[in-house]
Write a protein that binds this ligand. Structure first.
Ligand code: GRF
Length: 205
């Protein structure tokens, strides 16, 4: 069984979806831990109400960066975490963790990377930029995390149409539905294939 840790800072809908799935009999992973940098967020609220172990790890609570990284590492070790899924985590994952969990950290992003990725492209900003640029298609990207923001090897992309008159909230809610379905499916398939990843999959709508 794979022990999954989700990192989230926001409403946590992807985290919730992964947790619900992990409780099914045919799940290959167990959602062991939530790491967040925010005490007051939907993800932590859900973890509290559902008896999921969570840790609030905020850089500002440590006297230096190394202690922050060490405490994150020891938290992952104690919980025997072998896979990490970022789901709206609004901080950079420390390089030491990226090295240690090489090809074992995934991220989900609400656009077709490399478009609308990188610094500043998070939350509604992404969908607003897509609409303002007159794109007809957007989508989701699931990729491995490496040292450069939103640039790790792409595993899976799925397109979502931008409809006439869409506002960022409407577009976001359709994109999120696709995220919820795809994240667990991609994690399952990586685990079943022993993390052997060959070609990225692009699904057109
Ligand atoms: C999602 O759109 C995800 O792609 C991005 O942040 C958002 C998180 O949403 N990285 P939620 O907190 O899972 O609802």
């Amino acid at each position: 069984m794979i022990n999954l840790c989700v990192y989230a800072s926001g409403s946590g809908s992807n985290f919730i979806e992964l947790h619900r799935y992990s409780q099914k009999l045919d799940s290959s992973f167990c959602l062991k831990l939530l790491i967040s940098n925010k005490l007051n967020c939907g993800a932590v609220e859900y973890a509290k109400n559902n008896n999921i172990k969570y840790e609030i790890i905020k850089i500002g609570s440590y006297s230096n960066y190394q202690i922050y990284v060490d405490s994150m590492l020891s938290c992952l070790n104690i919980n025997n975490i072998n896979l990490i899924a970022l789901a709206g985590f609004l901080r950079k994952v420390p390089e030491e963790i990226i090295e240690k969990y090489n090809q074992r950290i995934l991220n989900i992003h609400p656009s077709l990377l490399p478009k609308y990725g990188g610094r500043g492209f998070y939350g509604m900003n992404v969908h607003r930029a897509v609409i303002d640029s007159g794109e007809k298609k957007t989508g989701i990207t699931i990729h491995f995390v490496d040292k450069e923001y939103d640039k790790g090897p792409i595993i899976y992309q799925e397109e979502v149409s931008v409809l006439n008159g869409d506002n960022p909230e409407e577009l976001s809610s359709r994109v999120l539905k696709v995220e919820h379905r795809a994240y667990k499916m991609v994690i399952e398939s990586l685990i079943k294939n022993n993390f052997k990843f060959q070609n990225r999959i692009i699904k057109e709508d």
